[in-house]
Design a protein around this ligand. Structure first.
Ligand SMILES: C[S@@+](CC[C@H](N)C(=O)[O-])C[C@H]1O[C@@H](n2cnc3c(N)ncnc32)[C@H](O)[C@@H]1O
Length: 333
């Protein structure tokens, strides 16, 4: 079956056919769509009458689309306006849970929504809140110290000019409050060399990550999903940037049959592998999909099957502790 792309509404669920081919052998149960968005994945899964979907999204505006599915798939669809790190608070006790799916990032309608200010094309007060946030990008840019801004740009955006951009922000904000267009001007005045991507991409990405707690959302979203999923269930994640892909790759590989354990040491319960990797290499969009939807070009789909229940995740948390610490800067605002 070729899951159709909805051309009329210009909504392109990324890697939809690839995802469906991995989860469809488990059809006849409940699937959790952690990132409902425009409902592309949920709708496709519900097109099989034997399936149920529980969907969540932190953006309250996704409720408009969710209401349509609630009507169309009565009794088989549930929606919660919630962050996926809180997945365990939803009290989903369905024994028939088959897979938990994440499609990280933002939908085109969110990027184009000037109120949300996610794009460097936005004007006016900085925002970037998706929903259920404590701070906005305006707080970050107009209040955070030089040292902290530098770290946010460097570690969340991989921005090489992080220091000078942070310094110029501090200078500018002594004179006036920094708006989105001012931030773009500061970045462009520092980054003079030609670049294929927009010069503001990295700084804007780093701000979105901080404002929306993307690091802790992903880390605790993965851990809590693991706890909820029964053995045999599938965890599938689509990532869009290298930082989130590194987190997912480590989580899946480090606790999977792909990691070699020593032949000479007894296998402790704690060291038992909990995942079977389904696709060793991440699945990426075909050239046809990229042509239809250029923003899918950086998407990567990674999937594992849960094979064992017990685990503590200290190693995972330790590995990304430095990123979680940067996220805590937001608490001081
Ligand atoms: C790329 S879109 C998903 C598109 C969806 N697969 C579809 O086909 O329509 C990502 C969605 O995840 C939501 N999201 C991002 N971070 C979230 C989080 N921590 N908890 C819940 N939803 C989140 C965003 O609000 C956005 O609607």
């Amino acid at each position: 079956m070729n899951a159709t792309i909805n051309l009329e509404k210009k909504h392109f669920p990324v890697l939809l056919d690839e995802l469906i081919s991995i989860i469809s052998p488990l059809y006849g149960g409940t699937f959790i769509d952690c990132t409902f968005g425009q409902g592309g994945y949920s709708r496709e899964i519900l097109s099989n009458k034997n399936n149920k979907v529980v969907a969540l999204d932190r953006d309250p505006e996704t409720l408009i689309e969710a209401k349509k599915l609630l009507k169309k798939f009565k009794g088989r669809f549930r929606f919660e306006n919630e962050k996926f790190s809180n997945i365990n608070a939803l009290k989903i006790s369905d024994q028939n849970l088959k897979a938990i799916i994440f499609d990280l990032g933002y939908s085109t309608s969110q990027i184009n929504d000037s109120k949300k200010g996610l794009s460097f094309n936005s004007k006016g007060k900085l925002n970037m809140r998706l929903g259920k946030n404590l701070i906005s990008a305006d707080d970050v840019i107009n209040k955070l110290s030089y040292e902290k801004l530098n770290k946010v740009f460097k570690f969340f955006g991989d921005e090489q000019k992080s220091k000078i951009i942070a310094r110029n922000i501090i200078k500018k904000r002594l004179k006036k409050k920094i708006l989105s267009e001012d931030l773009v001007n500061i970045i462009e005045s520092v980054k003079k060399k030609y670049s294929k991507t927009n010069k503001s991409t990295k700084v804007y990405q780093s701000l979105r990550i901080l404002v929306n707690n993307e690091v802790s959302e992903l880390i605790f979203g993965l851990i809590n999903s693991f706890k909820l999923l029964p053995v045999g269930g599938i965890l599938a994640v689509v990532t869009f940037h290298s930082l989130e892909d590194r987190i997912v790759k480590f989580f899946f590989k480090n606790y999977s049959d792909e990691k070699k354990s020593s032949r000479y040491l007894p296998e402790l319960k704690e060291n038992k592998k909990i995942f079977k990797v389904i696709n060793k290499k991440p699945i990426t969009p075909s050239s046809q999909e990229i042509k239809l939807n250029p923003s899918s070009r950086s998407a990567k789909l990674r999937c594992v099957q849960k094979i064992y229940n017990h685990k503590n995740f200290d190693e995972f948390l330790k590995k990304f502790e430095y990123l979680l610490k940067i996220e805590e800067f937001a608490d001081q605002l």
